[in-house]
Design a protein around this ligand. Structure first.
Ligand SMILES: [Mg+2]
Length: 233
């Protein structure tokens, strides 16, 4: 947690997200580096090497540029590329998840997590994450994060940046895209939300350069996101 500081004026935030100003009935939440830092505690380079050795390589697919370390990006890109090849996908995912589970035990909350979760009171919340289901459960339990719904990576649906996980969350919560808002740190989250028609709040995490589009509301961190969701931004 960082020391309390004044909430920034609305004008200091970049862009606008329709429905993001405290009106969303449901909040869809990315997990890694949005609520909890898992990535920095996962050896994605070893995971990627092992996954490629067992599941094989795949054709390169175009994915959004984002701020993750190279091996984390390539591990997720491998899973995107293996969509539709369920057996190979599962082999790769299971290997990667072993490393994610190990990292989950050392994962750390993102700054402002407690206040952000308090700002969500009264709204339905879904965690929509690229992490595997067991690693997701471990992270949520470790940090005491409650969710009405968890949509982790699963061979049954394409992962972010495709919209499938977001669309599944909407369907399971029974809300329309415009009734929800998604919060995430990555351009992959934004792409998934946008493709599903869900307004997006992007966490810049201090990045001067990011790829979030003009249609998204960009805030620095969870503290600023909480201000927006409370209706103060
Ligand atoms: Mg993330």
């Amino acid at each position: 947690m960082t020391a309390a500081r004044p909430a920034p004026p609305v004008a200091a935030m970049e862009g606008r997200a329709p429905g993001a100003g405290g009106r969303g009935a449901a909040v869809l939440l990315d997990l890694d580096k949005t609520l909890v830092n898992v990535e920095d505690h996962v050896d994605y380079c070893r995971a990627l090497r092992e996954a490629r050795a067992v599941a094989g390589t795949a054709a390169q697919v175009v994915v959004p540029r984002t701020h993750w370390a190279r091996c984390a990006l390539e591990a997720m890109r491998l899973l995107v590329a293996l969509a539709g090849e369920r057996d190979r996908w599962r082999l790769a995912s299971d290997i990667i998840e072993r490393y994610e589970l190990a990292g989950a035990a050392a994962s750390a909350p993102m700054s402002g997590l407690g206040g952000f979760l308090a700002a969500l009171e009264g709204r339905r919340r879904a965690v929509v994450t690229l992490l595997g289901p067991r690693a997701t459960e471990a992270v949520l339990r470790r940090h005491g994060i409650r969710a009405d719904l968890v949509v982790a990576r699963d061979p049954a649906r394409r992962i972010k940046p495709h919209p499938d996980q977001v669309e599944a969350a909407l369907a399971l919560l029974g809300v329309r895209p415009e009734e929800a808002v998604m919060v995430g740190d990555s351009e992959w989250d934004e792409a998934a939300a946008r493709a599903a028609g869900v307004p997006f709040i992007g966490l810049s995490l201090g990045r001067r350069r990011h790829g979030f589009g003009a249609g998204s509301l960009v805030v620095r961190d969870l503290e600023e996101a909480a201000t927006v969701l409370r209706g103060g931004g």
